[in-house]
Each structure stands twice: as structure tokens, then as C-alpha cells.
Design a protein around this ligand. Structure first.
Ligand code: SAH
Length: 487
């Protein structure tokens, strides 16, 4: 993915001022590493008359190869680009926007310490993006940029120049021109509109996304005729607005419980690791049992549904057998802690390409969860009200349908063995129910039957002869892969 920014100048107002505006010196190429890949800034041309800066984003090559069809067709830059066009349908213009804001953050804000007057002065600008993923095609590209005063050239890119009969790809070659524009404005247009056109899924997105949109859209978004489309796409490529509203309501319900859950889990883990004599904490035993079951299933791409603070995601990342790990949770707070725990922003490219955190609710079917080898629901089902369990069941077993599903939940019979637990009390304030072994087995077997899975049961923790283990785990394996059953 790349884009170029060109300006022209005169001896009094040289084009090379672009270097000041971008805070990047025209004479040296620079490299920046972002969590999504490596960004390069270089100047193919730089003199008083004309100056062009190029921003080039290299998205993780390992992911590219893993996606399968990435056979290079030679070393020319165009061949590399063609590979993106053909093999990376989700490619990277939203990532390019992220890189843009990271690499040119001062320029985007219109700040230039060396030449404070410069950012406010409009100048001729030409922006070129040779392959821009654009859902809605050239027509939408024009609708988005023309009201902002750009002269727009948007041409569809053919899927393959050797086979014109294949038709056009979802990419356009974009050229924007304006005789008098500030660079800050131009960058803010791109920052918002590239992802809007891409309309693709994204990696972890922080919760202040609405703020970011409003900040970048200041001065132009409020009056834009396509404001509605821009706003809804900008946000909905992460999660739909309606769902966000629904989930926020759910969040309110979870907020208090979630706070205590977070601390309880943390304390349990830390307290137990302090003294070596103490037995392995149950949470650790659970993760070990889950990891072993995943390995036995041969899963490489794994969902951790209701991932909480991401401890399992973190454990799975240590094993290269797991090539892709997606953590999903309804709680933004839990996800924020998870992303900090995983140090997502400081992760190397290869690691970062293996992990994704998503906000979402298991009470709704979610297309993002399709196509994985395995899904884990570790201590999650008991957090849902019983009447919502069928919705979760359908979302996981009916819609996402991974080959293997692991579900763990407390065994209520074991509660008599917890010294600290007053008899008859559930273990956690937000547990909506806790099941006996028979109850869990009955539920799991019915689910398996309804959706074409087989179910096996594995004890986790000390298997007490009388009351069974503290945690019970069901291992579901798909037996009738093609059958799409209704709820
Ligand atoms: N899996 C983790 C966390 C369990 S706590 C572990 O084993 O330690 C339960 C988690 O489920 C919480 O993080 C909570 O936010 C999440 N959760 C509850 N209801 C949910 C829903 N409807 N959709 C997605 N996640 C949900």
C-alpha cells in the first residue's frame, strides 16, 4: 500500500517546504515500525519546483504468505502491488490511514515548529493512491472527495491486466488535485475517508474512535453531504452502530461485575504464584487443560470467546502451533486491559499479525467469527442469563461453527469443597447460574445433538470422588460439517 503527496512551488515558496510540513527531511528515507507493519517515507522527487513524498506501508509478509495464494510474479514494484490487489482483498487502506496519522501526526494537526506560519498556507497539492480498496467504486470516491473541493480522478483497477475479461477489482486508482489546500486538511480527509472506502475489518480499535472521527472531521465533516455514510461506515467497519448501542446497554449491566471479576482473577493468579508450595491455581490448570485440548484437536486458528483480560490469548501466543488467535469480549474495559497485558502496541510485526482483539457480544451472530478451527468459551456461559444461552448457542455452534468448541464452567457440586465459600453460594457475584455435572452434560449433549457435534467431558482440577472436579470442560467436535442447522 502506498500513497504519494506532491506539491509544486516557486523559488520564493519552494516545493521542498513539504519536507518541513511533514517533519520528514527530503534527503533521507525514513522507516517507522507500527504494530501493523513497517512504514517508509521517501521522496522520489524533491526540488524547488516539484516535491513528492511517498508513504509506503509494508504489511506483515508472513500473513501474506499464510493467506495462501501469494506467489510473487517477479521483483518489480508493480508485481508486488498486483499481489496485494489479488491476494489481500482486505488489504490495508485502513492501516495506511493509521500509519498516516502515526507518521505525520504533527502535520495532521497543522503544527510546524521550525516554520510556524507554514501549515496555514494553502498550496497546490496532488495526492495519488495507485490501488485504493473502494467499496462503492469510483462513484462513491467522487461523492466523498468532490464536496471537499478536490478534483477527483478515480479509475477502476482491473483484476488482472492480462485478463481484462475478469473485470474490475474492488480497487481504484485515485488522484486528488487542488490548487490551494493546506496539507493538514488533506491528511485529515484521507485519514477518515480511506478507511470509509475500505470498509474492511480492522485490528484492535480503541474506544475513543468516535472522538478521533470528530477531531479529524472538524471543519469538514459536519457540512458534508455524505456525513451519514461516512460516520456509519467509519464506525461500523468495527461494529455496527445499532449493535454498539445494544452492547453498551449490556455493558452497563456488566460494568460492576466486570470490575470485580478483573480484580479477583488477577489477585488469584498473583497470590498463588508468590508461594511455590501452593498448588497450581485453578485458572492456570484451566488454561493448561484448554491448551492441551486445542493441541489435540490440531487447531491453528483459535477464537477465545469472552476472553476477559486475555490471559489465555497470552498463553496461546507462546505456542507457534497457534497461528492466529482472536480474543472477543463484550467488555471494552476487559479488552483494554488485555491489550495492555499483551503489549499489542509494542509487539513485533509477526506476533501482531497473529493476534486480534474484537469487541462483540456472543448473544448475536457475528460473521467475524466464521472460518476458525476452534473456539474456547472459558468460564463464560455462566455469565449469561439462562434465557440468552440459546442465542449464544446459535452464534457459536450454528453460525460460527468451528470444528472444535471447548466450554468450561464451574461444577456447582464442588462448591462444598471451597473452604471460603459459604454453603449454597455461587463462586462469583456475576454468575447467573452454576451447574451440576449432570446439568452441564444434559445441556452440552443437547447442543451437540442440535448442531451436529459430538461432546466429550474432561475434568479440570482435582477430580473429587464424591463431588467431581471444580471445573468441568466439554469438548465438542463437529461430526456433520456441511449441515447448516437452524436454531
Ligand atoms: N475467559 C476468561 C474470562 C472469563 S470471565 C477466563 O477464563 O478467565 C467472563 C467473560 O465473559 C467476561 O470478560 C465478560 O465480559 C465476558 N462476557 C459476558 N457476557 C458476554 C457476552 N454476551 N459476549 C461476550 N463476552 C461476554
Amino acid at each position: 500500500m502506498f500513497l504519494t503527496i506532491t506539491t509544486t512551488g516557486t523559488p520564493e515558496r519552494p516545493a521542498t517546504d513539504l519536507g518541513f510540513l511533514l517533519h520528514k527531511h527530503p534527503e533521507k528515507a525514513q522507516t517507522f515500525s507500527t504494530s501493523y507493519g513497517t512504514a517508509h517515507v521517501l521522496y522520489p522527487e524533491a526540488d524547488a519546483e516539484r516535491c513528492t513524498a511517498a508513504l509506503l506501508l509494508e504489511v506483515d509478509a508472513v500473513a501474506l504468505v499464510r493467506r495462501g495464494k501469494g506467489k510473487g510474479r517477479g521483483g518489480a514494484p508493480d508485481a508486488a502491488l498486483a499481489q496485494y490487489v489479488n491476494d489481500r482483498p482486505y488489504a490495508a487502506s485502513s492501516l495506511l490511514a493509521v500509519a498516516l496519522s502515526a507518521v505525520f501526526s504533527s502535520a495532521m494537526k497543522g503544527v510546524c515548529n521550525a516554520r510556524p506560519e507554514l501549515p496555514a498556507e494553502p498550496r497546490p497539492l496532488r495526492i495519488e493512491v495507485p490501488a485504493l480498496p473502494a467499496r462503492g467504486g469510483p462513484a462513491l470516491v467522487r461523492k466523498l472527495f468532490e464536496p471537499l473541493g478536490w478534483t477527483v480522478t478515480a479509475e477502476p483497477v482491473p483484476l488482472d491486466t492480462e485478463f481484462p475479461q475478469w473485470g474490475d477489482s474492488r480497487y481504484v486508482r485515485l488522484e486528488l488535485e487542488s490548487a490551494d489546500r493546506t496539507l493538514a486538511e488533506a491528511l485529515r480527509h484521507l485519514y477518515v475517508l480511506l478507511p470509509v472506502l475500505d470498509d474492511a475489518k480492522h485490528y484492535w480499535v480503541s474506544s475513543d474512535e468516535v472522538d478521533k472521527l470528530l477531531r479529524a472531521g472538524e471543519g469538514w465533516l459536519p457540512g458534508h453531504p455524505e456525513q451519514k455514510l461516512i460516520t456509519s461506515r467509519y464506525l461500523s467497519r468495527r461494529w455496527s452502530l445499532t449493535r454498539q448501542a445494544t452492547e453498551r446497554l449490556e455493558l452497563v449491566r456488566l460494568a460492576e461485575a466486570d470490575d470485580s471479576a478483573v480484580e479477583e482473577i488477577d489477585n488469584a493468579v498473583e497470590a498463588e504464584t508468590e508461594t511455590e508450595e501452593r498448588p497450581t491455581p485453578l485458572a492456570v490448570q484451566r488454561r493448561e487443560a484448554i491448551t492441551a485440548a486445542l493441541k489435540a484437536s490440531g487447531a491453528a486458528r483459535v477464537l477465545d470467546l469472552g476472553c476477559g483480560q486475555g490471559q489465555l490469548v497470552q498463553a496461546l501466543l507462546k505456542d507457534p502451533a497457534f497461528t492466529e488467535i482472536v480474543g472477543l469480549d463484550v467488555s471494552m474495559r476487559a479488552l483494554t486491559i488485555a491489550s495492555r497485558r499483551l503489549k499489542l502496541d509494542r509487539m513485533g510485526e509477526r506476533q501482531a499479525a497473529r493476534v486480534k482483539l474484537l469487541q462483540g457480544s456472543l448473544a448475536y451472530t457475528d460473521n467475524r467469527l466464521k472460518g476458525y478451527d476452534a473456539a474456547v468459551l472459558s468460564e463464560v456461559i455462566e455469565h449469561l442469563d439462562l434465557p440468552r444461552l440459546p442465542a449464544l448457542e446459535y452464534a457459536v455452534f450454528g453460525a460460527a461453527r468451528p470444528r472444535t468448541v471447548l466450554v468450561t464452567t464451574p461444577n456447582v457440586e464442588y462448591n462444598v469443597r471451597w473452604e471460603s465459600l459459604p454453603a449454597g453460594h455461587v463462586r462469583h457475584g456475576d454468575h447467573r447460574f452454576e451447574w451440576t455435572r449432570a446439568e452441564f452434560r444434559a445441556w452440552a449433549e443437547a447442543v451437540a445433538e442440535r448442531h451436529g457435534y459430538g461432546a466429550e467431558f474432561v475434568p479440570v482440577g482435582p477430580d473429587d470422588p464424591e463431588v467431581g472436579p471444580p471445573t468441568q470442560m466439554a469438548v465438542f467436535t463437529l461430526t456433520t460439517p456441511k449441515e447448516a442447522k437452524a436454531a
